[in-house]
Design a binder for this molecule. Structure first.
Ligand code: ZN
Ligand code: FE
Length: 256
């Protein structure tokens, strides 16, 4: 089995940069390109050379570094076919079910539209890790900027169906604020209470709350817990469809 070393570092205001490295071949990919300077510095620190960029969606805080990194390393840029016109420097267009290789490690592309029209996630089944950009956050999810609640619910459901031990890397560190909102939706959830305490302690020390796991999100994330009777009762949407409950949680978060 191909091993994959993963290096996560903060960049911009609240983004994460992530490098993944196959030690057998030396192949190294950046997940998104929020900013060229910190990614180049991270590569230098690890002694890795960038071979690929795996873009999740077209927003500037995920693509601003592409041109400079391509120029410096000659790397190949993969990204969502449905946003090809919005991502400068894209070399390979990908969509649902496609395979992307980083050295000997192989990712399956999952269409996770909703935050944007063509957003994709990159799932490495052998290594048990998924990079979800701005679709799923720890204890939260992306805003519905270009998709409706039904589309986003379908995307989140695909991620929720991955093995619970799957490690999840997200585009942003929003977990503290997400916990404060989630506790208004499901205050009796003990797993959520414990997560909020853990995140507050991490924040105080400047430690990241990520990666998370699918299992931890299923237990704590109100956007994945539409089936929870407690959430349905609190929001006054008892017995409604999962996507309707999800839509109500999302509406409340937008106003929080
Ligand atoms: Zn975004
Ligand atoms: Fe973002």
């Amino acid at each position: 089995m191909a091993e994959l070393e993963i290096f996560q570092f903060p960049t911009r205001a609240d983004n994460y940069g992530v490098l993944i490295h196959d030690p057998d071949t030396g192949a190294t990919a950046a997940i998104d390109a929020p900013e060229a300077g910190p990614i180049a510095a991270a590569l230098a620190e690890k002694g890795w050379r960038l071979s690929e960029i795996l873009v999740t969606h077209h927003h500037a805080d995920h693509t601003a570094g592409i041109a400079a990194l391509k120029n410096k390393y000659g790397c190949t840029v993969f990204g969502p076919a449905r946003e090809a016109g919005l991502i400068q420097g894209l070399d390979e267009e990908v969509g649902e079910g496609d395979t992307v290789s980083v050295g000997r490690a192989k990712a399956t592309v999952i269409d996770t539209a909703g935050h944007t029209r063509g957003h994709v996630s990159y799932y490495f089944p052998e290594q048990g890790v998924v990079f979800v950009g701005d679709t799923l956050f720890s204890v939260g999810c992306g805003k519905l900027l270009e998709g409706d609640a039904t589309t986003m619910w379908r995307s989140l459901s695909k991620l929720a169906a991955l093995p619970p031990e799957t490690n999840v890397f997200c585009g942003h560190e929003y977990t503290g604020a997400n916990c404060r909102f989630a506790l208004t939706v499901e205050p009796e959830n003990e797993a959520l209470q414990a997560r909020a305490r853990e995140v507050a302690a991490n924040d105080a020390k400047g430690h990241p709350s990520l990666p998370t796991t699918i299992g931890q999100e299923l237990a704590t994330n109100p956007f994945l817990r539409a089936a929870s009777p407690a959430i349905q009762a609190r929001l006054g949407v008892e017995g409604q469809s999962p996507e309707a409950v999800f839509a109500e949680v999302r509406r409340r978060k937008d106003r929080f």
